[in-house]
Ligand binder design. Structure first.
Ligand code: ZN
Length: 293
């Protein structure tokens, strides 16, 4: 789907979501989409130099990261009941409220603990301990229900979420306001960058990195009064050129969707699965365990 600058970015993740869901039907397994355990680093001697929060550098071998057990990372967009006008495709990424509540309850009842990106980063780069049954809950695109429904539902169980904000949307109808984004951060949830208006990273020229990534990140940091250190690719799409660029801009990690991680830069290609609206808690549990090995 082509997204024009200044265009209202409603439903901008359709393509990525459709691709991601296809992966669960095994069609993407040839590309390694749900076979992360079989990923073999092409160059095990290459290292990822990662700036930690103290501005010192930790050198981590990519192979070491790739060989660790993956933490399941879930990706949500809209959380609302289906409307008659919602297409079959769109229902794959609009999670009805009751289904979302069931999924959160399943995670809590099954003993899962929602972790932050920094916890994941420390686990991957320093072998820091994680709580039992770690999971990460992420939300893209700034949809209002992420504040009105996901936030209180997660908080019932002590879960923290990670909200990747598209800054052009803040304050628009059906999206979160600036105050709501700040309240998420003040409540202990994590704010990440999801570009200014959802342009595909693979098409960026030099100036786009400033417009789409650097400036929106500064806007978010100024709003919440904290560093913003994680990025989510629009449509989940990335290329090799983007990875060093994100590191240069100070990001500690970046999240894609369910294709294979980069063999030399796994911290900038962390995998996520989109949870479609058709899954109940049991289905989610089964796919989580299968997709993150
Ligand atoms: Zn998106």
């Amino acid at each position: 789907m082509k997204i024009l600058k200044n265009q209202q970015p409603a439903g901008v993740c359709f393509v990525a979501i459709a691709l991601s869901i296809l992966c669960f039907n095994s069609s993407c397994e040839l590309s390694g989409g749900v076979k992360a355990a079989t990923e073999k680093p092409a160059n095990i001697s290459s290292a990822a130099a990662v700036a930690d929060t103290a501005s010192s550098f930790v050198t981590v071998d990519a192979a070491t990261i790739l060989n660790k057990q993956q933490v399941p990372v879930l990706c949500y967009h809209q959380i609302r009941d289906w409307r008659p006008s919602d297409s079959k495709t769109s229902r794959d990424y609009i999670v009805p409220v009751a289904a979302f509540r069931e999924q959160m309850k399943m995670l809590a009842d099954s003993g899962y603990h929602a972790i932050t990106p920094d916890q994941l980063h420390n686990y991957l780069t320093k072998s820091a301990a994680l709580p039992a049954k770690p999971i990460m809950l992420t939300y893209d695109d700034t949809d209002f229900e992420q504040y009105s429904i996901a936030k209180p539902e997660m908080e019932k169980y002590g879960f923290k979420g990670v909200f990747f904000i598209m800054t052009v949307s803040m304050g628009r109808p059906h999206y979160m306001s600036r105050e709501q984004v700040k309240e998420l951060s003040d409540s202990g949830h994590i704010i990440g960058t999801h570009t200014w208006n959802h342009e595909n990273v693979k098409k960026y020229e030099e100036k786009d990195w400033s417009t789409q990534v650097e400036k929106p990140t500064k806007v978010l940091e100024s709003l919440i009064g904290k560093p913003v250190k994680y990025f989510a690719y629009p449509f989940g799409l990335w290329n090799k050129d983007a990875l060093p660029k994100l590191r240069e801009l100070g990001f500690k990690g970046a999240f894609q969707l369910s294709t294979s991680r980069d063999t030399t830069e796994p911290l900038y290609t962390i995998r996520r699965i989109i949870v479609p609206g058709t899954w109940n808690g049991a289905t989610l549990h089964t796919v989580m365990k299968r997709s993150f090995k």
